[in-house]
Design a binder for this molecule. Sequence first.
Ligand code: SF4
Ligand code: SF4
Length: 146
Amino acid sequence: MGYWKEIVEGGWSLVEGMRVTAKRLVRPVVTVQYPRQTIDMTLAYRGHIELKKFAESGSHRCVACGTCERTCPSHVIKVQGVKAHARSDKVATHYWIDFTRCSLCGLCVEACPTETLKFSREYQLDGETRWDGVIDLIQRLEENRS
Ligand code: SF4
Ligand code: SF4
C-alpha cells in the first residue's frame, strides 16, 4: 500500500510542478541576461556616494570644507582641496571614499552644505583586494562615470 501511495504522491507532485512551470511560461520576463544585459537601478537604490556635476561649472561644488569627513561615522572619507588665491573659495582636488566600510547611512549627503553629494546607481563593483573598494570620486567625475 505504501508503495502505491508513494507513486501517486510523486505523480501528483510532478503535475503540480509542471502546472507552476506552465503558468510562469506565459508571464512577462522580469530577469535579464546579466552581464550581457544590465538594468537601470531605481531612484531609491543607494550605491556608493559620488559628486554631482553641475551645468553652470561642468564640475562639482565641493569646497573641501570637510563636513562630510567629520560627519561620517565610519571615517571612510578623505577630502583635500586648494585655493587658487588667498580670497577665493577652496576647491576639492582629491576626494576618496573607502566603500568597503561605508554603511550607506547618508549622513554625508545630508550634511553637505553645497549639496554636491548624491548616491550613485553603481552596482557593478568587484575587486581582488580591499583596496579596490577605495574610490576616487574626482576621477570618476572627470571620466564621466558619475
Ligand atoms: S554614507 Fe554614511 S558611512 Fe557612507 S560615507 Fe557617507 S556618512 Fe560615511
Ligand atoms: S561636505 Fe560637501 S562641500 Fe564639504 S567637503 Fe564634503 S562634499 Fe565637499
